[in-house]
Design a protein around this ligand. Structure first.
Ligand code: BGC
Length: 508
């Protein structure tokens, strides 16, 4: 009893049409994986203001921003968004968005005005304690960064990150916070982006503390920062983990770097630059062998010898130090903004100071022909976030990844469809990394909740989902179009490439 062939063909055709409609609409609307948490981030110096409130002492960024000519638009961080005063409005904004968590950082000199743990500021610790309580009362999980670049100036006077004793000072500071907040905070991030605060701060004039010891002091500071992170993690692991039941890790800027072309030279160069960019910090912690990446050890040793140094400018890690640092992160905190392409063609001696981090890399970089974003380091290259997530997965045995920052910067206002485009494209690539490639991503964090003090670019550069009126004493905040979009994305827990919200007037 056969079914006539033309009936079969018709059934097959209908089935094909249905299947293709289903799969193409599924490709359009992407449901988020079960359990993926969504949040937003800020950092203390960028939003708090209150730079000399109560007994707070100056941080290196207070001192730096007060030096004439350092910040591109001449602004400073004295008041910024005034979150030290208006934090309850920040919580209202977080509730409006519907986030699962809020990543913020703690100002070391606000909590420990001498820099040391001899005296804990009641005002300082009280502020963070209230913030944590009110977040929890509103169903928002606090994710806390211990260090997002605002070192007490008193410690910088002793050398800051270039002094190996900072590992002990940081451990003491971490203990104060685990004791004060660890009953309620379950995710701790020790350091945010060691590359940015060290290479730009100890090797270039770009960031505080404005120490220019290129290719020497910056490399020493990297070793000390890794030791400081490891001490804070071991402390948590030994003395707090069991009673507080939280996790502790580090956040590393994992922008992607690759060769400009497919030639074996460029491909290998791309791998080396990725080591300079991220592996410098991640290899010692996340690799199975520990220590600095071999490519860097070799390159810096060769260059140092050529330059007449009797030893490599890259400090050695003893076997004991390697073992102490290895394995000290419960997750890989991953920040990502864009991708750059490298080639040694056209690199000439003297393009960068000798010695320096850039001269050690010895290559020229570009964003290829991708249209440059107004703030260049957020140029939209979505495939790069997928490649960077795979780089973490392939090199470090697929660790749990918390995307702790991703976002777009411009100089515009509340009508910001280009920021929405960036988020949609990057989130789509993140979903590919999770669903197609098997990367173990558990959270996604948009940078930033609101416009804030964008380091050397000042208040003029805008990364926020909310606009802040910096001319208004009250620092009124308004949800941008992108905030309305993120709110809907969180509520739907799916990515709709076509959705653009209607703008509604609002104020916080
Ligand atoms: C930093 C943030 C900064 C953002 C945008 C990251 O490197 O952690 O503090 O605002 O990039 O530039």
């Amino acid at each position: 009893m056969g079914v006539p062939w033309h009936v079969l063909a018709a059934v097959l055709a209908v089935t094909l049409v249905i299947t293709s409609t289903v799969s193409s609409s599924a490709a359009e609307m992407r449901k988020l994986p079960e359990g993926l948490k969504l949040g937003v981030a800020t950092a203390s110096f960028q939003i708090e203001g209150g730079w000399n409130a109560a007994d707070k002492s100056p941080s290196i960024w207070d001192i730096y921003t007060h030096m004439p000519g350092k910040i591109k638009d001449g602004t400073d961080g004295n008041d910024t968004c005034k979150s030290y005063e208006f934090y309850q409005r920040d919580i209202q904004m977080l509730k409006f968005l519907g986030v699962d968590f809020y990543r913020f950082s703690i100002s070391w000199p606000r909590v420990l005005p001498t820099g040391f743990a001899d005296k804990i500021s009641e005002d300082g610790i009280g502020y963070y304690s209230r913030l944590v309580d009110e977040l929890l009362a509103n169903g928002i999980e606090p994710v806390v960064t211990l260090y997002h670049w605002d070192l007490p100036q008193s410690l910088q006077d002793l050398g800051g990150w270039a002094n190996p004793l900072i590992a002990d000072w940081f451990e003491d500071y971490a203990r104060v916070l685990y004791d004060a907040l660890g009953d309620r905070v379950k995710t701790w991030i020790t350091l945010n982006e060691p590359k940015q605060f060290i290479i730009y701060g100890y090797g270039m004039e770009r960031f505080a503390p404005n120490i220019v010891s290129a290719g020497i002091g910056d490399y020493i500071a990297v070793k000390n920062a890794l030791m400081a992170h490891a001490k804070a993690w071991h402390l948590y692991d030994k003395e707090y983990r069991e009673k507080q039941k939280g996790t502790c890790g580090i956040t590393i800027a994992t922008d992607f770097r690759e060769g400009l072309s497919d030639t074996p030279e460029d491909v290998e160069l791309g791998r080396m630059v990725m080591d300079f960019e991220a592996g410098f910090y991640s290899h010692p912690i996340f690799s199975s062998t520990g220590g600095f990446p071999e490519r860097m050890i070799k390159r810096i040793a060769e260059k140092s010898a050529e330059q007449g140094f009797p030893r490599s400018r890259l400090p050695e890690l003893s076997q004991e130090e390697i073992d102490f640092i290895k394995g000290t992160s419960d997750f890989y905190g991953f920040n990502h903004y864009s991708t750059k392409f490298y080639t040694a063609d056209g690199y000439t001696k003297g393009m960068y100071p000798i010695p320096s981090y850039e001269d050690d890399i010895g290559a020229v970089s570009s964003y290829k022909d991708y249209p440059p974003a107004p703030i260049i380091h957020a140029t939209k290259i979505p495939n790069g976030i997928r490649k960077a997530l795979n780089w973490v997965k392939d090199n470090y045995n697929n660790p749990t990844v918390l995307i702790t920052e991703n976002g777009y910067g411009n100089y515009g206002g509340v009508d910001d469809p280009e920021r929405i485009d960036y988020y949609k494209a990057y989130l789509d690539a993140v979903l590919d990394a999770i669903e197609v490639d098997g990367c173990n991503v558990t959270t996604y964090t948009a940078w930033s909740l609101m416009d804030n003090f964008e380091w050397d670019s000042g208040l003029g550069a805008k990364f926020g989902l909310f606009e802040v009126d910096f001319d208004d004493e009250q620092r009124t905040r308004k949800a941008k179009l992108s905030a309305l979009w993120y709110k809907d994305f969180i509520a739907q827990r799916s990515l709709d490439p076509d959705y653009l919200p209607q703008f509604e007037e609002n104020k916080f």
